[in-house]
Design a protein around this ligand. Structure first.
Ligand SMILES: Cc1cc2nc3c(=O)[nH]c(=O)nc-3n(C[C@H](O)[C@H](O)[C@H](O)COP(=O)(O)O)c2cc1C
Length: 195
């Protein structure tokens, strides 16, 4: 492993929406692009949650989990930190996101002592993010406080194109600030020197 690889922060990005044209997944695509093109020392990878079964401890057999869950948990373990893109469903996080958090929390809790940032494509996401942070206390998941990131994707001016890709340069800059903050926080958290 090279020195650069040792100091690179690995971020798994998780979307709370299953919608094909999800604005929140659009934010994750933009974050991946930013990590490749504009920020050294951070690698953002999309982590799929849609194939996870609904949480059910009956599916656990002698401490092992269904194949999709094992694969998901392994990817969570490999990450240094997380970028959650969370819509607001009735003032809270969505069922797919809670499901993913719950599967990862089963013993041993794979979220523990890792870092996270949350972003939302809708203004109501600030409520969901507070619930997400509260769950993070139980999971021993450590969130950056600032910058906070909420959009009003449904209101003009349009920030996403018809494919759901983020096209607004000011918003991209705000997203970049979130990634830089997560990178710096994770480096401090792990005692890593910046690459
Ligand atoms: C079941 C459900 C509940 C919702 N509740 C809220 C809400 O309480 N507040 C809000 O701002 N938006 C709410 N919405 C709207 C979504 O947050 C909004 O459509 C958002 O764009 C979804 O994210 P996505 O584009 O990534 O799929 C709700 C949507 C659904 C399907």
């Amino acid at each position: 492993m090279t020195e650069a690889e040792k100091t690179e922060i690995k971020v798994a990005a998780i979307c709370g929406s299953l919608r094909k044209a999800s604005y929140n997944r659009g934010l994750i695509r933009a974050a991946i692009e930013l990590s490749k093109e504009e920020i050294d020392g951070i690698h953002v990878e999309y982590l799929e949650t849609s194939s996870l079964p609904m949480i059910n401890p009956d599916l656990e057999v002698e401490g092992t989990y269904p194949a999709e869950v094992e694969e998901f948990r392994h990817k969570v373990l490999e990450a240094d930190g997380f970028l959650f893109a969370s819509p607001d469903y009735n003032y809270s996080i969505t069922p797919p996101l809670k499901n993913a958090l719950d599967w990862g929390s089963r013993p041993p809790n794979v979220w523990a002592r890792k870092t996270a940032a949350a972003v939302s494509a809708v203004g109501g996401g600030r409520r969901a993010q507070l619930h997400l942070r509260q769950i993070g206390v139980c999971l021993d998941l450590h969130f950056i406080n600032k910058p906070e990131f909420y959009l009003n994707a449904h209101r003009p001016p349009r920030k996403f194109n018809s494919d759901g890709d983020l096209v607004d340069s000011e918003t991209k800059q705000q997203l970049k600030e979130v990634l830089l903050s997560l990178q710096a926080f994770t480096s401090r958290f792990q005692g890593k020197k910046k690459g």
